[in-house]
Design a protein around this ligand. Sequence first.
Ligand SMILES: *[C@@H]1O[C@H](CO)[C@@H](O)[C@H](O)[C@H]1NC(C)=O
Ligand SMILES: *[C@@H]1O[C@H](CO)[C@@H](O)[C@H](O)[C@H]1NC(C)=O
Ligand SMILES: *[C@@H]1O[C@H](CO)[C@@H](O)[C@H](O)[C@H]1NC(C)=O
Ligand SMILES: *[C@@H]1O[C@H](CO)[C@@H](O)[C@H](O)[C@H]1NC(C)=O
Ligand SMILES: *[C@@H]1O[C@H](CO)[C@@H](O)[C@H](O)[C@H]1NC(C)=O
Ligand SMILES: *[C@@H]1O[C@H](CO)[C@@H](O)[C@H](O)[C@H]1NC(C)=O
Ligand SMILES: *[C@@H]1O[C@H](CO)[C@@H](O)[C@H](O)[C@H]1NC(C)=O
Ligand SMILES: *[C@@H]1O[C@H](CO)[C@@H](O)[C@H](O)[C@H]1NC(C)=O
Ligand SMILES: *[C@@H]1O[C@H](CO)[C@@H](O)[C@H](O)[C@H]1NC(C)=O
Length: 832
Amino acid sequence: MGLSLYFFAFVHIVFCFLLFHLIAVTASIQPLCHDDERSALLQFKDSLTLNKSASIDPSAYPKTASWKLEKENGDCCSWEGIKCNEDTGHVFSLDLASSFLYGSIHSDSTLFQLVHLEWLSLADNHFNHSKIPSEILNLSRLSHLNLSLSALSGNVLSHIPQLSKLVLLNLSNNSFSGTIPSSIGNLTKLLYLDLSVNNFFGELPASLGSIGVLEQLDVNTNNFSGQVPSSLGNLTQLKCLALSQNNFSVQHSRSMSFLARQTKLAWLDLQDINLIGDIPSWLMNLAQLTYLFFDNNKLTGPIPYWLGNLNQLALLSLKSNQITGHIPSQIWNLTHLTVLDLSSNNLSLHTSTSVTVLPKLVFIGLGSCNLNKFPNFLQSQDQLELLDLSSNNIAGQIPKWLLNVSTGSLEYLNVSYNLLTGFDQHPVVLPWIRLSILDLRFNKLQGPLPIPPVSTSHYLLSSNRLTGEISPWICKLNNLYSLDLSTNDLSGVLPECLGNKFHGIIPQTFVSATNLRMIDLSHNLLQGRIPRSLANCELLEFLDLGNNQITDIFPSWLETLPELKVLILQSNRFHGVIGEPETHFAFPKLHIIDLSHNRFTGKLPSKYFHCWNAIAIVNASQLTYMQDRPRDSPTYNHSLRYIYDFSITITNKGIEMEYRKVSNILKSIILSNNRFEGEIPAAITFLKGLNCLNLSNNNLQGGIPSSLGNLTALESLDLSNNMLSDNHLSGPIPVGKQFDTFENSSFDGNPGLCGKPLSKKCESSETSLNEDHQDSESPIQFGWKIVVIGYASGFIIGMMVGQIFTKRKHEWLAKTFGVQLKRSKRQRRQRN
Ligand SMILES: *[C@@H]1O[C@H](CO)[C@@H](O)[C@H](O)[C@H]1NC(C)=O
Ligand SMILES: *[C@@H]1O[C@H](CO)[C@@H](O)[C@H](O)[C@H]1NC(C)=O
Ligand SMILES: *[C@@H]1O[C@H](CO)[C@@H](O)[C@H](O)[C@H]1NC(C)=O
Ligand SMILES: *[C@@H]1O[C@H](CO)[C@@H](O)[C@H](O)[C@H]1NC(C)=O
Ligand SMILES: *[C@@H]1O[C@H](CO)[C@@H](O)[C@H](O)[C@H]1NC(C)=O
Ligand SMILES: *[C@@H]1O[C@H](CO)[C@@H](O)[C@H](O)[C@H]1NC(C)=O
Ligand SMILES: *[C@@H]1O[C@H](CO)[C@@H](O)[C@H](O)[C@H]1NC(C)=O
Ligand SMILES: *[C@@H]1O[C@H](CO)[C@@H](O)[C@H](O)[C@H]1NC(C)=O
Ligand SMILES: *[C@@H]1O[C@H](CO)[C@@H](O)[C@H](O)[C@H]1NC(C)=O
């Protein structure tokens, strides 16, 4: 979905379906139900189980739980979800939406014996991917069929067009598949058709145009292809049309001029459907148009002035096209406009409007719009909830007046990726009392941290030039979820209260501050020790304190954090022996630990290796990323899916590699550049899911355990610069695609090796081994074969550089891990 697709979705629903919700039948006298229908209902109930995870609606409850055969309760017409005809006593309406129903529906289901049904809703249950059997045709009187979100599958539409009395058909959010048969045109009474979010494919049949009464047609998010049929122009009663997110062939916006006849259209969603050309003039006819989405197409040309005549417009979203020019002043005549999203176009909004009376906007998206200053028209906006000005060229100080804009309503402010230098006074107390997300990353902000309101959940200020301390007010942000202050010049010690449960002014108010999911304070000048209070952050997934001057011992007190996945302490002043874990479940979800460039001593923490169960698992099943999805808040539910990828930096041969996304399959242990001694413990082989193991630059002794060969997911192994006894490898270097990409320094310290890329030639007796395994696209096999070959041929290569594949695999990596080669911090500073 586009960010704004569901903005005001509730209005959408109200607007389009109000009619159906008004169908209300009240029966004053309830006759006893028919025995056969009662037993059919009970058998249907018994064929399914109740399962709380089968429904997602928060108000779901098990409606069938009250269905019983007891004497005083035997009248099925009075059962929950059932309505009977007053005269005949037959069940005509069955509404079991959101009832925790779980199980399969078979063709012999007694549901299909309820032949008097006119109204059937089984939406928001889980039918275990059942197909809808042809027995559905027994229910020939159906006028209302709602099977949305019910885990049905198969090509249901092959039967349904024969249910000729249908007025409403909602099959959205299932995994149906198949094509729409042209017999759909037989449903001449249909007012409402929702097939959205499924896997339907093929062309939209022209016969849709013969359902002349259709008011709502929603096929968004499917795989429909071909051209949108011009017969849709016959649907002159349409109020809502959503065709977004399909694979329609490239089509000129003007070729859809058949829509000009749909003068009742209020909701038009044409996002992401391969449109080219200008903003089409046929829109002029759609005088009722209220919501217009054109996002993610390739529309060019200017924003036409006549859009200002569509005076019902409340939402105008043209995001991610190639629209040029200015915002025509006529747009400001749209007095109902609340949502304006023009982000990511080729607009040149250097100057801003001087119109005085403006619509009261709620949502303004002007990201990537070539803005060079804050638009003046913002000054009069006092109802804004969301303001996105990211990725522009706004330079200099943040003007004083911005701190007066919508102070009572603003929830989301994104001015990241600009050239802002700071606030014009200090200390800065941000005035927006409802602010949730503050994103000022990647600017040139100087001075101390601005103080956000307690409502803040995302406080994102990384990659600026902020100075001063992180003072204890940060601990009062009870709603804090993400704290990203990395890559600044912050100094001083971390407040000891960080992560403490904050007890409000009134002692009884136990407000929890433990919403914290991510803390990134890396690349600063922080000193002192890690606050012990962080042990309270039970939800913490990500902690990066790398590249600071923290002086502490290994934070074993964090081992009880059940969700911690990433722990990065590299390049600090950590010291001492890493002792033994206190429980068997120390760091149970850890994926990535980087302790490199510190002063740890003693043996490698083999007892900990036994606890790291997440690293012990090889799971390639589903690629997911560590992301931050804010808690549901009423506004963002509909308006904005704010997803913030966690990112990390791992050093590889002097090149800092930034993972813009951290995938669940990336599992790394980096303990290099410390003073660890003793042998590599055999316990390391417990960590079967490990992709990257770097023990270089320590004082490790003894042999390289051959059981390392059990680490079948390993892509990168660096044991160089230790005192390992059999690090003196000899023989020919395998020939093969991967090896050709190694620098010859990868083989340093192994004078016995010969062959490419080293200048030393091999004797003819030393036959080289062909490494002809193409590394597959599978992230797990990727790179491993080198290690296997190394063993098979009797020598081990001291250094394996999995990431060297970036050269050839850059695209794959970029896609999968969001890898970016990063300039060193110093270089970046100089660039700024
Ligand atoms: C409950 O339903 C879910 C699907 O929503 C299913 O995966 C799970 O196995 C079900 N549990 C039981 C006990 O049937
Ligand atoms: C769900 O479907 C599977 C496969 O068709 C079947 O084996 C299983 O018994 C079904 N479970 C229920 C609760 O109907
Ligand atoms: C159908 O069911 C879904 C899911 O419960 C619900 O959101 C929708 O309002 C229902 N009615 C119609 C007319 O689609
Ligand atoms: C349904 O439509 C098809 C063609 O689209 C037609 O052949 C068939 O007779 C129609 N069925 C009914 C029952 O009207
Ligand atoms: C659409 O309407 C035109 C005339 O108004 C008619 O000729 C055409 O057959 C109709 N198309 C469909 C698919 O009903
Ligand atoms: C819009 O900008 C993109 C990238 O900046 C550029 O490739 C494209 O040619 C521009 N399109 C127009 C119509 O100016
Ligand atoms: C291992 O770590 C050291 C220093 O931390 C680094 O220089 C080296 O490139 C790393 N090796 C690999 C293979 O990533
Ligand atoms: C690990 O590898 C060694 C030798 O390569 C083998 O003997 C042992 O069985 C393997 N252990 C496991 C747990 O797979
Ligand atoms: C590594 O390669 C360079 C040139 O690419 C060569 O001058 C140098 O001798 C090689 N080093 C070794 C150890 O073979």
